[in-house]
Design a protein around this ligand. Structure first.
Ligand SMILES: [Zn+2]
Ligand SMILES: [Zn+2]
Length: 201
């Protein structure tokens, strides 16, 4: 059983979905490291992830996933590009969230035997869920659907079910036999898979 410190917006929902995806990509059982530190939204993850990872390391954890939604719109939160100037993106309230999260990884976590990955679904985790279940997007690409309430409604219907039911429905989406194949066509998911595959080396 691999223990992974998962810093995500809401441990019981996002955290559980990332744990499941790690299992699928790694092909091995994964458990989330348990901590008293609780996250509540993306700003909180950005602020606390470093602390969280250092605490995990002290308890012998060597694998970590740090994730927030892109939550972008047509005017900001554009996807990460290798040419990004990290300092510039981090100083910008509407800067690249991949750059933000990379900057939260403590120096000690950047070396062997530590393994980490930074995940920013574009636009949100619900986009990934809809892709996984083969939703017919009306936009030219799924990443161009920005409105979070619409994404949630498409995923879970209206009125929104309890958070427990939302998690169950979300896991159902990800368990679709074609889910990983469908998701692999999306750059933000492939970036996640590439990092996790590098853990195996
Ligand atoms: Zn957020
Ligand atoms: Zn970037």
């Amino acid at each position: 059983m691999l223990t992974v410190a998962i810093a995500s917006e809401f441990h019981a929902y996002d955290g559980e979905l990332y744990r499941y995806l790690l299992e699928r990509v790694l092909g091995t059982p994964v458990q989330a490291w348990k901590s008293e530190i609780e996250f509540n939204g993306c700003k909180h993850v950005r602020k606390q992830a470093g602390l969280y990872l250092n605490a995990a390391a002290q308890q012998g954890v060597r694998h970590a996933l740090v994730a927030i939604d892109n939550d972008g719109g047509s005017t900001h939160g554009l996807p990460h590009h290798p040419s990004h100037d990290s300092a510039q993106e981090c100083a910008n309230e509407r800067g690249c969230r991949v750059c933000w999260l990379h900057s939260t990884i403590p120096t000690s976590w950047r070396e062997d035997p530590y393994r980490s990955c930074v995940v920013v679904p574009v636009q949100t985790l619900e986009t990934w869920l809809l892709i996984a279940k083969g939703h017919a997007f009306t936009e030219p690409s799924p990443e161009q659907r920005y409105h979070r309430p619409v994404l949630k409604k498409d995923c879970f219907g209206k009125p929104l079910p309890s958070s427990r039911d939302q998690k169950r429905m979300a896991l159902d989406c990800l368990q679709h036999p074609e889910a990983i194949k469908r998701l692999s066509a999306r750059p933000s998911f492939q970036a996640f898979v590439d990092q996790v595959n590098a853990w195996k080396g």
